[in-house]
Design a protein around this ligand. Structure first.
Ligand code: FDA
Length: 303
Protein backbone atom coordinates (compact mmCIF):
# COMPACT_ATOMS: atom_id res chain seq x y z
CA UNK A 1 0.00 0.00 0.00
CA UNK A 2 2.80 2.42 1.01
CA UNK A 3 4.82 1.34 -2.03
CA UNK A 4 1.79 2.06 -4.23
CA UNK A 5 1.45 5.52 -2.71
CA UNK A 6 5.13 6.31 -3.21
CA UNK A 7 4.98 4.92 -6.76
CA UNK A 8 2.12 7.26 -7.66
CA UNK A 9 3.85 10.33 -6.22
CA UNK A 10 7.36 9.61 -7.60
CA UNK A 11 6.48 10.96 -11.06
CA UNK A 12 5.89 14.33 -9.38
CA UNK A 13 9.42 14.37 -7.96
CA UNK A 14 12.48 15.71 -9.82
CA UNK A 15 13.62 13.52 -12.70
CA UNK A 16 16.91 12.87 -10.90
CA UNK A 17 15.07 10.71 -8.37
CA UNK A 18 13.24 8.69 -10.98
CA UNK A 19 16.56 8.17 -12.80
CA UNK A 20 17.84 6.29 -9.72
CA UNK A 21 15.22 3.68 -10.49
CA UNK A 22 15.33 3.97 -14.27
CA UNK A 23 19.01 3.37 -14.79
CA UNK A 24 18.62 -0.37 -14.12
CA UNK A 25 15.87 -0.75 -16.74
CA UNK A 26 17.15 1.47 -19.54
CA UNK A 27 20.31 1.02 -21.60
CA UNK A 28 21.04 4.77 -21.52
CA UNK A 29 20.21 7.92 -23.45
CA UNK A 30 22.29 7.38 -26.61
CA UNK A 31 22.53 4.86 -29.42
CA UNK A 32 26.09 4.09 -28.24
CA UNK A 33 24.65 3.12 -24.84
CA UNK A 34 22.19 0.82 -26.59
CA UNK A 35 24.93 -0.79 -28.73
CA UNK A 36 27.05 -1.44 -25.68
CA UNK A 37 24.12 -3.01 -23.75
CA UNK A 38 23.27 -5.21 -26.74
CA UNK A 39 26.86 -6.34 -27.20
CA UNK A 40 27.01 -7.37 -23.54
CA UNK A 41 23.76 -9.33 -23.89
CA UNK A 42 24.85 -10.91 -27.18
CA UNK A 43 28.10 -12.02 -25.53
CA UNK A 44 25.95 -13.95 -23.03
CA UNK A 45 24.06 -15.66 -25.85
CA UNK A 46 21.01 -13.36 -25.55
CA UNK A 47 19.31 -11.80 -28.59
CA UNK A 48 17.90 -8.28 -28.35
CA UNK A 49 15.03 -6.14 -29.55
CA UNK A 50 15.90 -2.44 -29.42
CA UNK A 51 13.27 0.20 -28.63
CA UNK A 52 13.77 3.96 -28.87
CA UNK A 53 11.81 5.45 -25.99
CA UNK A 54 8.92 7.78 -26.78
CA UNK A 55 5.16 7.49 -27.25
CA UNK A 56 1.92 9.47 -27.62
CA UNK A 57 3.49 12.40 -29.52
CA UNK A 58 1.63 15.71 -30.03
CA UNK A 59 2.62 16.74 -33.56
CA UNK A 60 3.69 15.02 -36.75
CA UNK A 61 7.10 16.75 -36.92
CA UNK A 62 8.09 14.61 -33.95
CA UNK A 63 6.98 11.52 -35.91
CA UNK A 64 9.41 12.33 -38.74
CA UNK A 65 12.28 12.81 -36.29
CA UNK A 66 11.43 9.52 -34.60
CA UNK A 67 11.32 7.71 -37.96
CA UNK A 68 14.73 9.09 -38.92
CA UNK A 69 16.15 8.08 -35.56
CA UNK A 70 14.95 4.50 -36.13
CA UNK A 71 16.35 4.43 -39.69
CA UNK A 72 19.71 5.54 -38.37
CA UNK A 73 19.56 3.08 -35.43
CA UNK A 74 18.98 0.18 -37.81
CA UNK A 75 22.01 1.12 -39.94
CA UNK A 76 24.19 1.48 -36.84
CA UNK A 77 23.03 -1.77 -35.18
CA UNK A 78 23.47 -3.74 -38.41
CA UNK A 79 26.96 -2.27 -38.94
CA UNK A 80 27.83 -3.10 -35.32
CA UNK A 81 26.71 -6.69 -35.90
CA UNK A 82 24.07 -6.79 -33.16
CA UNK A 83 22.15 -10.07 -33.00
CA UNK A 84 18.69 -8.63 -32.60
CA UNK A 85 15.67 -6.92 -34.09
CA UNK A 86 13.68 -3.74 -33.30
CA UNK A 87 10.44 -2.79 -31.54
CA UNK A 88 8.30 0.27 -32.33
CA UNK A 89 5.41 2.00 -30.57
CA UNK A 90 3.02 3.35 -33.24
CA UNK A 91 1.89 6.34 -31.14
CA UNK A 92 5.48 7.56 -31.47
CA UNK A 93 4.76 8.00 -35.19
CA UNK A 94 1.42 9.76 -34.74
CA UNK A 95 -1.00 6.80 -34.76
CA UNK A 96 -3.65 8.80 -32.90
CA UNK A 97 -3.09 11.98 -34.96
CA UNK A 98 -2.91 10.64 -38.51
CA UNK A 99 -2.98 6.85 -38.91
CA UNK A 100 -2.00 7.05 -42.60
CA UNK A 101 1.13 9.11 -41.86
CA UNK A 102 1.99 6.68 -39.07
CA UNK A 103 1.64 3.77 -41.50
CA UNK A 104 4.02 5.46 -44.01
CA UNK A 105 6.66 6.07 -41.33
CA UNK A 106 6.53 2.54 -39.96
CA UNK A 107 6.48 1.09 -43.48
CA UNK A 108 9.79 2.82 -44.19
CA UNK A 109 11.22 1.42 -40.98
CA UNK A 110 10.05 -2.12 -41.81
CA UNK A 111 11.43 -1.77 -45.36
CA UNK A 112 14.79 -0.65 -43.92
CA UNK A 113 14.87 -3.67 -41.58
CA UNK A 114 13.84 -5.90 -44.51
CA UNK A 115 16.78 -4.60 -46.56
CA UNK A 116 18.99 -6.30 -43.94
CA UNK A 117 16.73 -9.38 -43.72
CA UNK A 118 15.66 -8.16 -40.27
CA UNK A 119 12.39 -7.68 -38.43
CA UNK A 120 10.25 -5.03 -36.72
CA UNK A 121 7.91 -5.81 -33.83
CA UNK A 122 4.89 -3.54 -33.42
CA UNK A 123 4.35 -3.05 -29.68
CA UNK A 124 0.75 -3.02 -28.49
CA UNK A 125 -0.33 0.10 -26.60
CA UNK A 126 -3.50 0.93 -24.68
CA UNK A 127 -6.97 -0.28 -25.66
CA UNK A 128 -7.84 2.76 -27.80
CA UNK A 129 -4.91 1.81 -30.06
CA UNK A 130 -5.65 -1.90 -30.45
CA UNK A 131 -7.87 -1.83 -33.58
CA UNK A 132 -5.58 0.72 -35.24
CA UNK A 133 -2.47 -1.34 -34.45
CA UNK A 134 -4.10 -4.56 -35.70
CA UNK A 135 -4.97 -2.79 -38.98
CA UNK A 136 -1.46 -1.42 -39.28
CA UNK A 137 -0.03 -4.89 -38.73
CA UNK A 138 -2.44 -6.49 -41.21
CA UNK A 139 -1.40 -4.05 -43.91
CA UNK A 140 2.34 -4.34 -43.29
CA UNK A 141 2.23 -8.13 -42.91
CA UNK A 142 0.56 -8.35 -46.32
CA UNK A 143 3.25 -6.15 -47.90
CA UNK A 144 6.37 -7.38 -46.06
CA UNK A 145 5.31 -10.75 -44.63
CA UNK A 146 8.68 -11.90 -43.30
CA UNK A 147 9.69 -8.68 -41.61
CA UNK A 148 6.94 -7.67 -39.22
CA UNK A 149 5.31 -9.04 -36.08
CA UNK A 150 2.81 -7.84 -33.50
CA UNK A 151 2.42 -7.86 -29.72
CA UNK A 152 -0.76 -9.30 -28.21
CA UNK A 153 -1.88 -8.74 -24.61
CA UNK A 154 -3.28 -11.64 -22.60
CA UNK A 155 -5.22 -9.35 -20.25
CA UNK A 156 -7.54 -8.21 -23.05
CA UNK A 157 -10.79 -10.17 -23.18
CA UNK A 158 -10.75 -9.91 -27.00
CA UNK A 159 -7.29 -11.39 -27.65
CA UNK A 160 -8.16 -15.02 -28.43
CA UNK A 161 -10.76 -13.86 -30.95
CA UNK A 162 -8.21 -11.47 -32.51
CA UNK A 163 -5.73 -14.34 -32.83
CA UNK A 164 -8.35 -16.41 -34.65
CA UNK A 165 -9.31 -13.50 -36.92
CA UNK A 166 -5.69 -12.88 -37.94
CA UNK A 167 -5.09 -16.51 -38.96
CA UNK A 168 -5.77 -15.68 -42.62
CA UNK A 169 -2.34 -13.99 -42.59
CA UNK A 170 -0.62 -17.21 -41.53
CA UNK A 171 1.14 -19.66 -43.82
CA UNK A 172 3.29 -22.62 -42.76
CA UNK A 173 6.27 -21.18 -44.68
CA UNK A 174 5.91 -17.64 -43.27
CA UNK A 175 4.23 -18.13 -39.90
CA UNK A 176 2.64 -15.35 -37.91
CA UNK A 177 5.06 -14.08 -35.27
CA UNK A 178 3.65 -12.60 -32.08
CA UNK A 179 5.02 -11.41 -28.77
CA UNK A 180 2.59 -12.57 -26.10
CA UNK A 181 2.66 -10.49 -22.90
CA UNK A 182 0.23 -9.82 -20.06
CA UNK A 183 -0.35 -6.14 -20.95
CA UNK A 184 0.85 -3.12 -19.01
CA UNK A 185 -1.80 -0.40 -19.31
CA UNK A 186 -4.56 0.30 -16.76
CA UNK A 187 -7.76 -0.93 -18.47
CA UNK A 188 -11.32 -1.25 -17.11
CA UNK A 189 -12.84 -4.63 -16.23
CA UNK A 190 -15.10 -4.86 -19.28
CA UNK A 191 -12.04 -4.62 -21.55
CA UNK A 192 -9.37 -6.49 -19.61
CA UNK A 193 -9.19 -9.28 -17.05
CA UNK A 194 -8.12 -7.83 -13.73
CA UNK A 195 -7.23 -10.85 -11.62
CA UNK A 196 -3.78 -12.42 -11.80
CA UNK A 197 -5.19 -15.96 -12.17
CA UNK A 198 -7.57 -14.92 -14.99
CA UNK A 199 -4.79 -13.12 -16.89
CA UNK A 200 -2.44 -16.08 -16.50
CA UNK A 201 -5.09 -18.59 -17.63
CA UNK A 202 -5.81 -16.48 -20.72
CA UNK A 203 -2.05 -16.13 -21.40
CA UNK A 204 -1.65 -19.91 -21.52
CA UNK A 205 -4.83 -20.32 -23.57
CA UNK A 206 -3.48 -17.83 -26.16
CA UNK A 207 -0.10 -19.55 -26.16
CA UNK A 208 -1.66 -22.98 -26.63
CA UNK A 209 -3.67 -21.59 -29.58
CA UNK A 210 -0.40 -20.36 -31.15
CA UNK A 211 1.39 -23.69 -30.67
CA UNK A 212 -1.57 -25.69 -32.03
CA UNK A 213 -1.63 -23.50 -35.15
CA UNK A 214 2.11 -23.27 -35.90
CA UNK A 215 2.36 -19.58 -34.97
CA UNK A 216 5.80 -18.42 -33.68
CA UNK A 217 5.44 -16.93 -30.17
CA UNK A 218 7.80 -14.68 -28.26
CA UNK A 219 6.79 -15.67 -24.73
CA UNK A 220 7.29 -12.36 -22.89
CA UNK A 221 7.05 -12.79 -19.14
CA UNK A 222 9.08 -12.87 -15.92
CA UNK A 223 6.33 -14.76 -14.10
CA UNK A 224 7.78 -18.11 -13.04
CA UNK A 225 4.38 -19.84 -13.16
CA UNK A 226 3.85 -18.71 -16.77
CA UNK A 227 7.34 -19.80 -17.77
CA UNK A 228 6.59 -23.23 -16.26
CA UNK A 229 3.20 -23.31 -18.02
CA UNK A 230 4.88 -22.43 -21.33
CA UNK A 231 7.52 -25.13 -20.86
CA UNK A 232 4.76 -27.68 -20.20
CA UNK A 233 3.03 -26.67 -23.47
CA UNK A 234 6.33 -26.84 -25.39
CA UNK A 235 6.72 -30.36 -24.05
CA UNK A 236 3.10 -31.35 -24.71
CA UNK A 237 3.18 -30.23 -28.38
CA UNK A 238 6.84 -31.22 -28.91
CA UNK A 239 7.63 -27.75 -30.24
CA UNK A 240 11.15 -27.57 -31.77
CA UNK A 241 13.53 -25.04 -30.20
CA UNK A 242 13.52 -22.82 -33.29
CA UNK A 243 9.72 -22.36 -33.25
CA UNK A 244 9.44 -20.11 -30.18
CA UNK A 245 11.50 -17.85 -27.92
CA UNK A 246 11.30 -16.34 -24.46
CA UNK A 247 11.50 -12.57 -24.04
CA UNK A 248 12.23 -10.40 -21.01
CA UNK A 249 12.74 -6.73 -20.23
CA UNK A 250 16.21 -5.24 -19.79
CA UNK A 251 17.27 -5.40 -16.15
CA UNK A 252 14.46 -7.73 -15.00
CA UNK A 253 14.70 -11.32 -13.67
CA UNK A 254 18.32 -12.11 -14.68
CA UNK A 255 18.29 -15.42 -12.83
CA UNK A 256 15.18 -16.71 -14.55
CA UNK A 257 16.60 -15.69 -17.91
CA UNK A 258 19.90 -17.45 -17.15
CA UNK A 259 18.08 -20.68 -16.28
CA UNK A 260 16.26 -20.60 -19.64
CA UNK A 261 19.47 -20.01 -21.60
CA UNK A 262 21.25 -22.79 -19.75
CA UNK A 263 18.39 -25.12 -20.66
CA UNK A 264 18.96 -24.24 -24.34
CA UNK A 265 15.95 -21.97 -25.02
CA UNK A 266 16.24 -18.84 -27.17
CA UNK A 267 16.04 -15.69 -25.06
CA UNK A 268 15.57 -12.13 -26.29
CA UNK A 269 15.82 -9.01 -24.13
CA UNK A 270 13.92 -5.78 -24.84
CA UNK A 271 16.49 -2.96 -24.73
CA UNK A 272 14.94 0.52 -24.40
CA UNK A 273 17.07 3.62 -24.73
CA UNK A 274 16.72 7.33 -25.45
CA UNK A 275 15.99 10.72 -24.01
CA UNK A 276 12.32 9.98 -23.28
CA UNK A 277 12.87 7.52 -20.44
CA UNK A 278 10.61 9.30 -17.95
CA UNK A 279 7.20 8.00 -19.20
CA UNK A 280 8.49 4.45 -19.64
CA UNK A 281 9.93 4.46 -16.13
CA UNK A 282 6.96 5.92 -14.32
CA UNK A 283 4.60 3.45 -16.01
CA UNK A 284 6.78 0.55 -14.84
CA UNK A 285 6.81 2.03 -11.35
CA UNK A 286 3.04 2.17 -11.22
CA UNK A 287 2.82 -1.37 -12.55
CA UNK A 288 5.25 -2.81 -10.07
CA UNK A 289 5.24 -0.73 -6.86
CA UNK A 290 7.42 -3.36 -5.18
CA UNK A 291 10.36 -1.78 -7.05
CA UNK A 292 9.95 1.21 -4.74
CA UNK A 293 11.91 -0.70 -2.10
CA UNK A 294 14.99 -0.71 -4.29
CA UNK A 295 14.57 2.99 -5.13
CA UNK A 296 14.36 3.93 -1.49
CA UNK A 297 17.49 1.82 -0.93
CA UNK A 298 19.38 3.62 -3.72
CA UNK A 299 18.22 6.99 -2.42
CA UNK A 300 19.66 6.16 0.98
CA UNK A 301 22.89 4.80 -0.50
CA UNK A 302 23.37 7.85 -2.73
CA UNK A 303 23.51 10.27 0.19
P1 FDA B 1 4.28 -10.05 -13.38
O1 FDA B 1 3.91 -8.62 -13.53
O2 FDA B 1 3.41 -10.93 -12.52
O3 FDA B 1 5.76 -10.12 -12.88
C1 FDA B 1 6.39 -11.33 -12.47
C2 FDA B 1 7.62 -10.95 -11.66
O4 FDA B 1 8.58 -10.34 -12.51
C3 FDA B 1 7.34 -9.88 -10.57
O5 FDA B 1 7.01 -10.43 -9.35
C4 FDA B 1 8.62 -9.12 -10.49
O6 FDA B 1 9.50 -9.79 -9.64
C5 FDA B 1 9.18 -9.22 -11.89
N1 FDA B 1 8.91 -8.03 -12.70
C6 FDA B 1 7.96 -7.90 -13.66
N2 FDA B 1 8.04 -6.69 -14.24
C7 FDA B 1 9.05 -6.04 -13.61
C8 FDA B 1 9.62 -4.77 -13.77
N3 FDA B 1 9.18 -3.89 -14.70
N4 FDA B 1 10.64 -4.44 -12.96
C9 FDA B 1 11.13 -5.30 -12.04
N5 FDA B 1 10.62 -6.53 -11.85
C10 FDA B 1 9.60 -6.89 -12.61
N6 FDA B 1 3.15 -4.69 -22.44
C11 FDA B 1 2.31 -4.10 -23.32
O7 FDA B 1 1.19 -3.74 -22.94
N7 FDA B 1 2.68 -3.92 -24.61
C12 FDA B 1 3.88 -4.31 -25.09
O8 FDA B 1 4.17 -4.13 -26.29
C13 FDA B 1 4.79 -4.94 -24.19
N8 FDA B 1 6.02 -5.37 -24.59
C14 FDA B 1 6.78 -6.14 -23.73
C15 FDA B 1 7.98 -6.72 -24.18
C16 FDA B 1 8.66 -7.62 -23.37
C17 FDA B 1 9.90 -8.28 -23.91
C18 FDA B 1 8.18 -7.90 -22.06
C19 FDA B 1 8.88 -8.89 -21.18
C20 FDA B 1 7.05 -7.28 -21.59
C21 FDA B 1 6.35 -6.39 -22.40
N9 FDA B 1 5.20 -5.75 -21.95
C22 FDA B 1 4.38 -5.11 -22.85
C23 FDA B 1 4.92 -5.69 -20.49
C24 FDA B 1 4.03 -6.84 -20.05
O9 FDA B 1 2.73 -6.62 -20.55
C25 FDA B 1 3.96 -6.93 -18.52
O10 FDA B 1 3.42 -5.76 -18.01
C26 FDA B 1 5.30 -7.17 -17.84
O11 FDA B 1 6.07 -8.08 -18.58
C27 FDA B 1 5.09 -7.75 -16.43
O12 FDA B 1 4.39 -8.96 -16.50
P2 FDA B 1 5.02 -10.39 -16.16
O13 FDA B 1 4.47 -11.36 -17.15
O14 FDA B 1 6.48 -10.32 -16.08
O15 FDA B 1 4.35 -10.79 -14.79
Amino acid sequence: MINRLIASTLPLLPKRFVWLFSRSYIAGETVEDAMSACQTLNADGIKTTIDILGEFIHNLDEAEKNRDEYLSLIDIAQRTGIDGNYSVKPTMFGLLINAEACYSHIRRIVAKAASYGNFIRIDMEDSKCVDLEMNLFRRLKTELPENVGLVVQAYLRRTLKDLKDLMDLHTPTIPLNYRLCKGIYAEPGHIAFQRHDEINAHFLEDLEFMFRNGVYPGIATHDRSLVDGALALIDKYKIPRDRYEFQMLYGVAPELRRSLIEAGHTLRVYVPYGRHWFGYSTRRLKENPKIVNSIVKSLLLSR
